[in-house]
Structures are given as structure tokens and as C-alpha cells.
Design a protein around this ligand. Structure first.
Ligand SMILES: C[S@@+](CC[C@H](N)C(=O)[O-])C[C@H]1O[C@@H](n2cnc3c(N)ncnc32)[C@H](O)[C@@H]1O
Length: 391
């Protein structure tokens, strides 16, 4: 197997960099460096394929193909034109160039994007007379460039569609969590598959679905394809072996129950169809219920929920009366449970009347959020009541 090490960068939702780094170590990639928004790593080609197939937290895996210092757009053009693009893909494949930057002194990133595209196409014309065309919507090959104040780094995107697109979603739903954020929340909660899990506001079911895939050790990328499969250096035999190895690790059933519910029957239907499509419907006990009427399905367990945020005023008012009732319900019916609430609403700890033992900052896209941990414990006999305690 190829042991040459390449440099890669895996972006992820902000706040999950530590969780992604830990996951990469578990996937057999020890050489990692965490930065804001992702983790850089060095690994052989086969590890890149494995990470694409198995990572639940990365958004993509970018292959670093070159780096140079620059002062002008022409420096960027020359650096891009020096790279052996025709070794990596064919001119019949369509391309898209995406440029991002931090404190870049050049006035127009659009112009930089254009010059990189020109450099790539000129390189093809000079070597095989044909040039790739641009497709900004469904390109075969995505090229990324990142400019800091002095250096430009070029990447080929090995994932294609972002990795949170597992291929299980059916139709569009309002405000679903991204799959890699849901997987990251499960990891941050410390939930392990031998603990009972409950998502009582499951919406389209992203959290329980990710949990079921984790519990059955189903690789998240088994139902989709990846951009690296279109690169000229792709090794189809190696890829076949990796997919087979991932499949062999799958378990036939989940070790502990996964429960999901939502008060909206339409969401329950969507979740049910999604679970069926992903082959995990038997692993998730799904029902329609208001969380305020739920009893604990086991003596102990982990509850992870993602309530609406109250962006609209009426919703904010409604949530103002919802949280105190949720807090009461947890104290009455969920003693011994660990409860995790993922929300962008900073009023939650106050409204719910419980002291969080952890508050982990995260981003859901551009929205700053927190994952709050509440340990619901039985109060002393003398007090004769239940309360939540900080760790
Ligand atoms: C932000 S969405 C959850 C999205 C979900 N995590 C997903 O990925 O699709 C919040 C969900 O809470 C549900 N909900 C609101 N109030 C509820 C209540 N009192 N009991 C149960 N579910 C409720 C809504 O129907 C909605 O599906």
C-alpha cells in the first residue's frame, strides 16, 4: 500500500475542531494540527479515502497540492500555472475554483479566482491543447485556494459534495441540523452506544439517525460517492478494499435503545421515512409526543435535544413559557439522566431553572450556539425533591 504522506486539511463546524482531531486519531491519523475551523493532517492517500468514508465530523477533506508566497495576482497565477494539473484530472472534466482569504492585501478575490482558473486552463492548453470548462453548480473537480497575507495554498477537494451529505435525506425540511454537527454534539455529550439515548424534539431525525449509524458502526460515506474517485491517480482496487473493510465492521443491531419523538406528526413521518431509507428504522423507537408529556424510557440515559431558537418574536415568547415547564418535567421524570440542549438562545439556563454543568460554545452555520449539559440528580431524602446539580 502507498506510504507516501500527503498534506490534507479537513474543515468542520466551528467548535468541533477538538472533536474532529480526536476522531482523526481514532481513524488512524496521528499527525494532526488543529486550527480554527478545521484540522490539518499528514497521511497516506489511503487514509484520506478512509477519512472521507468514515469521518462523521469533517465537512470535507482538501488535498494540499501547492503553496507559494505572493504579492500580486500575477504571482498567484504563476504559482497555479506551475502545478501539474493534467497529472491529476482530465480536460474533459469540469472545474470550479473557490477562493477564500484571511487578511489578503489583494483588492478583488473574484479577480484572483479568475486568474487561478486561467492558470489551470492555460496549463492544460500548453500540455494537451484541450482545456477543462467551468461548471459552478456541479463541477467534477473543485479547486480551493486559501490566501493569508503572504502565502497562497492550493487544494484539490477530495470529497466533492460536503461530507455531511450522507445521501439519506429525503426532500427539504426546515432548519435541520447538519449531520456532522449532530455527530459532533453526540460526541461532545460523551454518549456511548451502550447508553439509552432520547431526542424528544427530533424534527427530521438527524440526531437519532447519526446515533444509530454510530452505534451500528455504519460508515457515514457508504451510500455516496467522492470527488477523489474522479482523480486520475484514483486507485479503484484500494478503494474497493477500504469499503469492504468498513462494511465488515458493521453491527447487526444497536447495543442500547435509541428513542426519538416530536410533537409534529409531519416531522415524525419525515423522520420515519429517513430512518427507513438509511436502513436503521428498526434501531430507532420513534413516536409522536410532546416532550412535556414524555416519561423517561429507562432509569438512566442521555437526552440530546435541539429546540427551536425563537428567531421570530412569537416563537421567542412561546419558548419563554416552554423552558420552565421543560425544567419541571426533567426534574420530575428524568432523575439520573444527563440532558444536553443545543441552542442559540442564551436565556435557556435561566428559563429552565437548572444549573448547567457545562456550556460548550459552537456555531450552527453563522449562529453562535451553546451545548448545555444538565445532570438531573435525585435530591436528598430530607429535601424530598429532585434537582439538577453542576458537576
Ligand atoms: C429545531 S427543530 C429540530 C431539528 C432536528 N434536530 C433536525 O435535525 O431535523 C425543533 C423541533 O422541535 C419540535 N417541537 C417543538 N415543540 C415541541 C414540543 N413541545 N414537544 C416535542 N417537539 C417539539 C418541532 O416540531 C421541531 O421539529
Amino acid at each position: 500500500m502507498d506510504s507516501t504522506k500527503h498534506r490534507f486539511f479537513a474543515p468542520c463546524p466551528r467548535g468541533l475542531e477538538g472533536a474532529l482531531e480526536q476522531e482523526l486519531h481514532e481513524l488512524g491519523v496521528p499527525a494532526t494540527a488543529k486550527t480554527e475551523g478545521g484540522v490539518a493532517f499528514q497521511a497516506p492517500w489511503s487514509s484520506m479515502c478512509w477519512v472521507n468514508l468514515k469521518s462523521r465530523i469533517a465537512s470535507r477533506v482538501l488535498w494540499e497540492v501547492g503553496q507559494a508566497s505572493y504579492r500580486s495576482e500575477e504571482d498567484v497565477y504563476r504559482a497555479a500555472a506551475a502545478l501539474p494539473w493534467p497529472d491529476w484530472f482530465a480536460p474533459s472534466q469540469t472545474i470550479k475554483v473557490k477562493v477564500s482569504a484571511k487578511r489578503c492585501p489583494l483588492p478583488s478575490l473574484d479577480f484572483v479566482t479568475l486568474r487561478i482558473k486561467d492558470a489551470v486552463c492555460d496549463k492544460f492548453v500548453s500540455t494537451n491543447r484541450r482545456r477543462p470548462s467551468v461548471d459552478t453548480r456541479h463541477p467534477h473537480i473543485r479547486l480551493d485556494a486559501f490566501l493569508d497575507p503572504e502565502r497562497v495554498t492550493f487544494y484539490l477537494d477530495t470529497s466533492g459534495e460536503p461530507l455531511f451529505k450522507r445521501g439519506h435525506r429525503i426532500g427539504a425540511v426546515e432548519a435541520p441540523l447538519r449531520e456532522n454537527l449532530a455527530a459532533g454534539l453526540l460526541r461532545l455529550s460523551g454518549w456511548t452506544p451502550d447508553e439509552v439515548l432520547l431526542d424528544p424534539m427530533c424534527g427530521s431525525g438527524t440526531i437519532p439517525l447519526e446515533a444509530a449509524l454510530m452505534a451500528r458502526k455504519i460508515a457515514p460515506g457508504l451510500s455516496r460517492s467522492f470527488a477523489f474517485e474522479r482523480l486520475l491517480i484514483h486507485d479503484a482496487k484500494l478503494w474497493g478494499r477500504l469499503r469492504e473493510a468498513a462494511r465488515l465492521k458493521q453491527l447487526a443491531e444497536v447495543p442500547a435503545a435509541i428513542h426519538a419523538s416530536d410533537r409534529d406528526p409531519a416531522m415524525v413521518k419525515i423522520a420515519q421515512r429517513t430512518f427507513q431509507g438509511a436502513g436503521v428504522a428498526v434501531d430507532i423507537r420513534l413516536r409522536q409526543s410532546d416532550v412535556l408529556e414524555l416519561d423517561a424510557p429507562a432509569e438512566q440515559g442521555v437526552m440530546l435535544l435541539n429546540p427551536p431558537y425563537g428567531v421570530r418574536l412569537s416563537q421567542a415568547d412561546e419558548l419563554g413559557s416552554f423552558y420552565p415547564r421543560l425544567g419541571d418535567r426533567l426534574k420530575q421524570r428524568f432523575a439520573s439522566w444527563r440532558v444536553y440542549i443545543f441552542t442559540g438562545d442564551a436565556r435557556v439556563p435561566k428559563l429552565i431553572g437548572l444549573t448547567p454543568s457545562k456550556r460548550i460554545p459552537l456555531f450552527n452555520g453563522p449562529i453562535e450556539c451553546r451545548l448545555y449539559e444538565f445532570k438531573i440528580v435525585r435530591g436528598s431524602a430530607r429535601q424530598g425533591r429532585l434537582h439538577a446539580e453542576g458537576a
